[in-house]
Design a protein around this ligand. Structure first.
Ligand code: SF4
Length: 332
């Protein structure tokens, strides 16, 4: 069998004791990556065919290589010590990767933690194989909230990816997830509509903020405005907790959400714990500093927020970055 390169995110390497890095917030999931030189060409990804970016990066995170046996042993020990609660295996779609992925999932599942695999399998049969060898869930990244954005930044068809997700959610209920990236050119309306549809299908969603990475075609594109990200996070929280739905929301002509269909006091009450602004996705996935620089905007909080941080996030929801006044306004 082809031996695949195994990479470990810098934070994970520190928690597993494989490298010495200083951590501001430790990851609660071990993030691993297999494969090198992806056959897809996502314009935001340093692993893509067309990227001149560093191969040891995914988003802004560095992923040093390690030997498979060493990683599996370290995961087992970290699980025993309660340092990590889940393993996430990111698959880079290179030639001959499937057998090493199944082998890796089998070895990781034996460590006694839930393992999720983030990959783009072409068929339901392949998703079934991952679950059979011990994966707890499979994440099929949609990344783009709509067809238009998908065409601009990814290869292949949004429609086909959507059908696969839908089919997988029906065949393997509760075991399927996806990733969506805010800031690839979609409107807030498109993103929230997509989130509602995914929620209705029972698909779990990890929300990301677009992060420009050197060497990729989107290296010069800015990350999303914080106001946009906070409004999407709040909308996603309200949808998944059943407080409101996409159908209750109102939007400005440019797609900005201006009303969730809730009284502002009620909205503030629901958001004041800060839960809405934490990392979302699989249970115990906190992805510290995946989208953010230390000291910069914290798009996804990897830990509970303080009261002051939650208040600041709620205030940021009112930022629209433009002069016109049709923005979300909370009475206080
Ligand atoms: S939500 Fe987190 S743990 Fe789940 S596949 Fe995505 S990055 Fe991995």
């Amino acid at each position: 069998m082809l031996r695949a390169v195994v990479r470990v995110s810098a934070g994970t390497a520190a928690v597993l004791g494989l490298r010495r890095y200083r951590l501001l917030v430790p990851p609660t999931t071990a993030y691993l990556m297999v494969g090198e030189g992806c056959r897809y060409s996502c314009a935001f990804c340093p692993q893509a065919q067309a990227s001149a970016g560093r191969r040891d990066r995914l988003s802004r995170v560095v992923w040093p290589p390690a030997a498979k046996e060493e990683v599996v042993l370290a995961v087992r020990e970290a699980a025993r010590a309660g340092k990590i609660k889940r393993v996430c295996l990111q698959v880079v779609h290179s030639r001959g990767i499937w057998a090493p992925v199944l082998d890796m999932v089998t070895a990781l599942a034996a460590c006694g933690l839930p393992v999720c695999v983030s990959c783009s399998p072409a068929t339901l049969r392949r998703i079934g194989q991952l679950l059979e060898v011990g994966a707890d869930g499979v994440t099929i990244p949609l990344d783009a909230a709509c067809c238009r954005v998908y065409r601009a930044v990814k290869s292949g068809s949004w429609q086909r990816r959507w059908q696969l997700l839908e089919g997988a959610a029906v065949r393997f209920p509760g075991r399927i997830g996806t990733h969506l990236i805010v800031g690839l050119g979609e409107t807030e309306r498109e993103m929230l509509e997509c989130l509602q549809r995914l929620h209705d299908q029972g698909v779990r969603v990890g929300l990301f903020a677009f992060t420009p990475v050197r060497g990729t075609p989107l290296a010069q594109t800015p990350p999303p405005p914080v106001g946009t990200y906070r409004r999407i996070q709040a909308g996603w929280f309200l949808i998944r907790t059943g407080a409101c739905s996409y159908a209750d929301m109102r939007f400005a002509p440019d797609g900005r959400v201006v009303d969730y269909g809730l009284a502002s006091q009620q909205l503030e009450e629901l958001l004041k714990t800060g839960e809405a602004f934490r990392t979302t996705g699989c249970p115990d996935c906190n992805r510290p500093y995946y989208n953010e620089r230390p000291g910069g905007v914290v798009y996804n909080y990897p830990r509970p927020l303080t009261e002051a941080e939650a208040r600041e996030c709620i205030l940021q929801m009112e930022e629209c970055g433009e002069e016109d006044g049709d923005a979300l306004a909370l009475d206080r």
